[in-house]
Design a protein around this ligand. Structure first.
Ligand SMILES: C[S@@+](CC[C@H](N)C(=O)[O-])C[C@H]1O[C@@H](n2cnc3c(N)ncnc32)[C@H](O)[C@@H]1O
Ligand SMILES: [Zn+2]
Length: 385
């Protein structure tokens, strides 16, 4: 078997060479996930600094061990890292990579993630869930294995379900209805966050969203977990629904488990479509993102440029309300050509509204302006052109 050497962050990793990146590879390694791993380093560093104490980390889907090895090498104050995988070849590979990087605080197990996490009840400060496809079957076990105040990091690559290309798999996996709209990636992240919140609530545990992003073929969430019936009840008030009008692009956010929702759009009287239940609260914490940006100064990562751009963008959009518009979709709806995005953002701000770009889409607009105002502005700029 040919061996490939990879350099990410401060580590060197060896993994069996393979031709096509797929779950059938002898040991899974995806170079496209380097940004995901780089951001994980920044997020866990920030979490450790906020906690001000040693942390234990579980990388429950280790693959080559690259994540766990990086966490152990690159993050300060890590007492121990557990790397586990169900694939025996991956375990062998992870063990070799621990040796290559001279680490003595990393343990390796070959175990199904659910079994490992259930055995380790209340053991970890950070649990990383990075499976093939959906993380949904592992969220409950991750919640059980975390200490109160710990952080769950979860990747989802089943974006076609979360974004509503395929509705039924989303309902099956997340007990939530997706909606194919111009902001379906944001809806997807909110469905995943809502699912985590609902899954953990039976243990009187609730989430505080720290950071989330949708990049390339995946979505990633970082949330801290607190325990208590009262705070969980309070936190669950962030669960609700998004109503969307296909005809005029109006949307509304309705919080509550079984809230009364208007059937018709108040702008054009056509029927609303509905997505949810999902997380209507914040998905980005600006203080936490500040910490991640600050940590970039002292962290060696190959994807620095991309990470910096993403963090700065999410920093701004952390102050925005849920959902976003798309300049082209809104212009198409008006049957006119799209004006310059910066001009639209300037006009929104001039009229006293919040306005920013979003990392979800290069032509996306985050604003608290009603759709009618956004359309007035697009029309006025079109006439000026
Ligand atoms: C997407 S890969 C992990 C990639 C790795 N975290 C990285 O950053 O390179 C998913 C891994 O989960 C493992 N796996 C699949 N099902 C599992 C299960 N039920 N329990 C534990 N590991 C599992 C696979 O063998 C594979 O190595
Ligand atoms: Zn409407």
């Amino acid at each position: 078997m040919d061996i490939k050497t990879i350099h990410e962050g401060l580590v060197e990793i060896k993994t069996p060479e393979f031709h096509k990146i797929s779950s059938k590879a002898p040991v899974f390694y995806n170079p496209a996930m380097e940004l995901n791993r780089d951001l994980s380093i920044l997020a866990i560093k920030t979490f450790e600094q906020e906690l001000e104490q040693e942390i234990s980390i579980c990388d429950a889907f280790g693959g080559s061990g690259i994540r766990g090895v990086r966490y152990a090498r690159e993050i300060d104050n890590v007492s121990n890292v557990v790397i586990s995988d169900i694939n025996p070849l991956a375990i062998q590979c992870a063990k070799e990579n621990i040796e290559i990087n001279n680490l003595d605080n990393v343990k390796v197990y070959r175990e199904d993630a659910n079994i490992l996490l259930r055995k380790c009840r209340g053991k970890f400060d950070v649990v990383d869930i990075d499976p093939f496809g959906t993380p949904s079957p592992f969220i409950e076990s991750a919640g059980i294995s975390l200490k109160a105040g710990g952080m769950i990091c979860a990747t989802a690559t089943d974006t076609s379900a979360l974004c509503g290309t395929y509705k039924e798999p989303c309902i099956r996996k997340y007990s939530a209805k997706p909606l194919k709209t111009e902001y379906c990636h944001e809806i997807g992240i909110r469905i995943l966050a809502g699912f985590i919140a609902r899954t953990l609530s039976k243990y009187k545990k609730c989430i505080e969203m720290k950071f989330a992003h949708s990049s390339e073929h995946y979505m990633r969430i970082y949330a801290t977990i607190s325990k208590g019936a009262k705070i969980t009840d309070e936190s669950l008030k962030n669960i609700g629904y998004i109503l969307h009008c296909d005809n005029c692009l109006n949307r509304a956010v309705v919080k509550g488990f079984a809230p009364l929702t208007p059937a018709k759009c108040p702008v054009c009287s056509k029927n609303f479509k509905i997505a949810g239940p999902l997380w209507c609260g914040n998905i980005l914490d600006s203080t936490f993102i500040d910490g991640m940006i600050k940590n970039m100064e002292t962290t060696k990562i190959n994807q620095e440029k991309k990470a910096c751009k993403l963090l700065k963008m999410t920093q701004i959009e952390s102050k925005a309300p849920p959902t976003h518009y798309d300049l082209h979709e809104a212009s198409k709806n008006l049957k006119i050509s799209a004006p310059r995005l910066d001009d639209v953002l300037d006009s929104l701000e001039e009229r006293g509204f919040f306005a920013s770009r979003t990392h979800f889409k290069p032509t996306g607009i985050k604003t608290d302006a009603p759709v009618t105002v956004l359309k007035e502005i697009i029309t006025a700029l079109h006439i000026k052109d």
